[in-house]
Design a binder for this molecule. Structure first.
Ligand code: MG
Length: 392
């Protein structure tokens, strides 16, 4: 049995035990594993992938929707027995799905590259395969970064020249819900030093959300309105009220294209106003200057770690604030984003705590709520024997 076949058998056996748990890879006809997974011998690098549904611990409510699962795809790039892990997570508003990510990955041909150290060329090629599909692109980017870091024997925070002691605390997200559930979720967040509260449904709900959190906690709060406020004067009044309630920043107060009104709010706001839905990639960053105080970088929006690092540096050159955020993700993509975190103002990297079936140990949480980066190479991941609920 080849190494590849042993790998496929082991993973498939430990996986979901269903068709959706079987690893696939780009079909080449070169080699077919007995378990139904396919393998393509691509130079030395081998790309494989499988769907993995992320199960949310609580139904997750934001302005406009509520859901209990997030579609995901797990990715591996293997070279001479060293495996780089990556993942795509696809919340419905990103217009990517398991099917679209798998279709994209089928098109990725790494055989033209001699080495994973051609990281910039490889990822430029991946980005050029087609428009959009940023979560799919991020899954390859993350796996390649993990592989390259492992081959170099260094974690990415060190390769980027960062000090792992400078990580910020991560926020813990409280979705829109009934007051008693909000109080329960707030109490459940005792290990976290900063709370992120979702607002934007309506005024009564917004005020009730904040009052419910404040009934049981005096921790700093970051508010995410998720484009939910429709009037700039009302939005500014809310920001001023929130400021009195111990809120430290507000994300995306109005619809993503209403730049003039958002700039009007930012100019008058006592709190930093951060862009999330208004920006996606590197080319969007400069036009956020003067509209928002700063940007929220997410790997699934921006195509991965390579572009996230460029966005961070461009935002700093423009004297803008930076936060790094996430989707509901396993500790794979969370640990990838966390590599950047010593360089940001705020981190919102709690996606691995919001699911009940994490697949990795990676970035941890210190006793004071700060992100805890480790010295392991790449993304610092250890694959778990069985899915884990980190707050269970
Ligand atoms: Mg947001």
């Amino acid at each position: 049995m080849t190494t590849r076949r042993r790998f496929l058998t082991g993973v498939a056996g430990a996986a979901l035990g269903s068709a959706s748990g079987i690893w696939g890879a780009k079909a080449s006809g070169e080699e077919t594993a007995k378990d139904g997974g396919k393998s393509n011998k691509i130079g030395k690098m081998r790309l494989s992938f499988r769907p993995y549904l992320l199960e949310l611990r609580h139904a997750f409510g934001v302005a406009g929707s509520t859901r209990k699962t997030t579609q995901g795809v797990q990715v591996e790039i293997e070279l001479d027995g060293v495996v780089g892990y990556g993942e795509a997570a696809m919340p419905p508003y990103l217009s990517e799905s398991t099917a679209s990510v798998l279709a994209f990955l089928e098109r990725v041909d790494l055989s033209q590259f001699k080495s994973p150290f051609e990281l910039d060329d490889i990822l430029s090629y991946v980005d050029g395969i087609c428009e959009n599909n940023c979560a799919a692109k991020a899954s390859v980017d993350i796996a390649l970064h993990d592989l390259v870091g492992k081959l170099m024997g260094q974690p990415w925070w060190r390769i980027w020249g960062l000090d792992k002691d400078k990580t910020p605390p991560t926020m813990y997200t409280i979705g829109i819900d009934k007051p008693e559930v909000v109080r329960e979720k707030t109490l459940e967040a005792e290990r976290f030093a900063v709370l992120k509260v979702k607002l934007g449904r309506d005024e009564k709900s917004d005020r009730e959300m904040i009052e419910s959190v404040r009934a049981v906690s005096d921790k700093p709060i970051c508010v995410d309105a998720n484009q939910g406020w429709n009037d700039k004067v009302y939005a500014l009044e809310m920001v001023e009220w929130l400021s009195e309630k111990g809120v430290v920043l507000v994300e995306q107060p109005m619809k993503k294209t209403r730049w003039d009104e958002i700039a009007w709010i930012t100019e008058r706001s006592p709190l930093p106003i951060m862009a999330d839905e208004s920006l996606q990639r590197l080319t969007d960053v400069a036009r956020m200057k003067g509209v928002f105080s700063g940007i929220n970088i997410k790997l699934m929006k921006c195509s991965g770690m390579r572009e996230a690092w460029k966005m961070l540096n461009l935002a700093r050159a423009l004297d803008m604030k930076v936060m790094v955020g996430c989707m509901t993700e396993t500790s794979c993509a969370i640990s990838a984003a966390a590599q950047l975190s010593p360089a940001v103002d705020w981190a919102d990297l709690d996606g691995n705590f919001l699911i009940g079936n994490d697949l990795f140990d990676g970035v941890g949480l210190a006793a004071n709520g700060k992100l805890l980066l480790n010295d392991r190479p790449g993304l610092g991941l250890v694959k778990l024997d069985a899915p884990k609920n980190r707050l269970g």
